[in-house]
Design a binder for this molecule. Structure first.
Ligand SMILES: NC(=O)c1ccc[n+]([C@@H]2O[C@H](COP(=O)([O-])OP(=O)(O)OC[C@H]3O[C@@H](n4cnc5c(N)ncnc54)[C@H](OP(=O)(O)O)[C@@H]3O)[C@@H](O)[C@H]2O)c1
Length: 383
């Protein structure tokens, strides 16, 4: 009979405790030890204080990293890969920032690196990208990839509450962190979009090149204006494979009610891929939370124990972001006109205005300048 795979678990926080419960209940996996600053009640496995003990232990096959952040997660994960241990992680910050290095390190050391929970929480999104990309050129990715911002936008639309009240509700329900900046400004989604695009297109994108606008400047008055336009505001991440490079951007988008994204409630995610022959496929579910996220980590561990090796792709082609071919009309709400806006405006609304078609780099470049004198201004593309 095959011996259960031996795992060291780094972190026993929100996700880590869920992973602990799942592993303890699974016959094909054995929890050798956990490393944690605080040990939650009920944890019975051995607790190890330093990473070296784990790295030296040749009986440990796999390290699960759920401490989050860049450091010391980077040192722990690279140390584990170099010690010929498989790594399963949910750490999108780490994977997006050190993508090429980590994928290469896993390949050189002949071990697995899996991070399905890093994008889409409990949705089997990265594994679906992996399976599809192996057979079929993926041309596009798009969707709602952050539950916190979707909860806030959904609440504002449904109840008419202010941004601050909707955020506070999200925090009370545990959908938003105490410091929600990375969710609200789009940085969290950018990491997920980079990892997803890299796997889909076999490339390595630089996060800094992905144009990113979040929802922190949206107001109740904007939402009321969108209702009059019969549109629903969603924070959309999108990328496309181009002949030379990739288009990739994150921005609030005003969707007609007929689009599936408009109906996504609360903290749910809806992510779609488009394949050259298969068309569009969409994945809907819980994008975060203890058990959905821990579930994908468990699935990764089981895949590794069944012999799935390496990363989701071994293609690491350098690619640059070029959004110049993406052109749309935009809703713009500012505190006064300026020369650029005067030239681009198509329609003045009761509240805000609609521009003519402009390119993504043009409007985001203008927005960056404009924020210096008009910090609260807001844009959303029309879909
Ligand atoms: N929460 C979600 O729904 C979700 C969804 C998808 C992905 N993820 C990812 O999953 C990872 C973990 O998230 P989480 O929500 O579980 O975070 P969390 O609740 O803050 O848990 C992290 C745990 O790691 C511990 N820790 C920090 N540094 C450590 C160290 N050097 N050694 C041992 N333990 C250490 C923390 O202890 P202290 O609290 O004492 O610092 C905490 O208990 C992150 O990468 C996150 O992006 C989370």
């Amino acid at each position: 009979m095959k011996k259960p795979m031996k795992i060291a678990l780094l972190g026993l926080g929100t996700v880590g405790f869920g992973v602990y419960e799942f592993i303890q209940a699974h016959k094909d996996l054995e929890l050798a030890c956990a490393m944690s600053l605080v040990v939650p009640e009920g944890v019975t496995c051995p607790i190890v204080a330093d990473i070296e003990t784990i790295l030296r232990d040749e009986t440990i096959d796999t390290v699960v990293e759920v401490i989050g952040g860049l450091h010391p997660a980077y040192e722990f994960v690279t140390g584990a890969l170099r010690a010929h241990k498989n790594v399963v992680t949910a750490n999108k910050l780490l994977i997006a920032a050190h993508y090429r290095e980590l994928v290469t390190l896993a390949g050189e050391n002949g071990v697995s690196l899996r991070c399905t929970a890093a994008a889409g929480g409990g949705i089997p999104w990265l594994t679906s990208l992996e399976r599809t990309a192996a057979q079929e050129p993926i041309t596009r990715i798009s969707g709602i990839m952050n539950g916190t911002t979707n909860y806030i936008l959904d609440t504002m639309h449904r109840t008419g509450s202010s941004f601050a009240d909707a955020l506070s509700q999200a925090q009370q329900l545990g959908y938003a962190e105490r410091n929600p900046a990375d969710d609200l400004n789009g940085a969290d989604i950018r990491r997920k979009l980079v990892i997803s695009s890299n796997i889909a297109y076999g490339c390595v994108l630089d996060e800094a090149e992905v144009v990113t606008e979040g929802i922190e400047h949206i107001t109740g008055a904007d939402i009321a204006a969108f209702k009059r336009l019969n549109r629903v505001c969603k924070l959309i991440a999108a990328s496309r494979r181009l002949e030379n490079g990739v288009a990739a951007y994150i921005e609030p988008a005003l969707m007609p009610p007929s689009m599936p994204e408009s109906a996504i409630p609360q903290n749910y995610n809806l992510i779609s891929l488009t394949g050259e022959h298969i068309g569009k496929q969409s994945f809907y579910g819980q994008g975060a939370g203890r058990y959905p996220t821990a579930y994908n980590i468990l699935q990764d561990c089981l895949d590794v124990s069944r012999g799935v090796s390496g990363f989701y792709t071994d293609r690491l082609n350098e690619a640059h972001v070029d959004n110049s071919s993406i052109r749309r009309q935009y809703y713009v709400r500012v505190s006064g006109m300026d020369k650029w806006l005067q030239e681009k405006v198509d329609k003045i609304l009761d509240y805000g205005m609609i521009t003519k078609e402009v390119s993504v780099p043009e409007i985001h470049g203008w927005l960056k300048q404009r924020r210096r004198t008009d910090p609260g201004c807001f844009i959303a593309s029309l879909r």
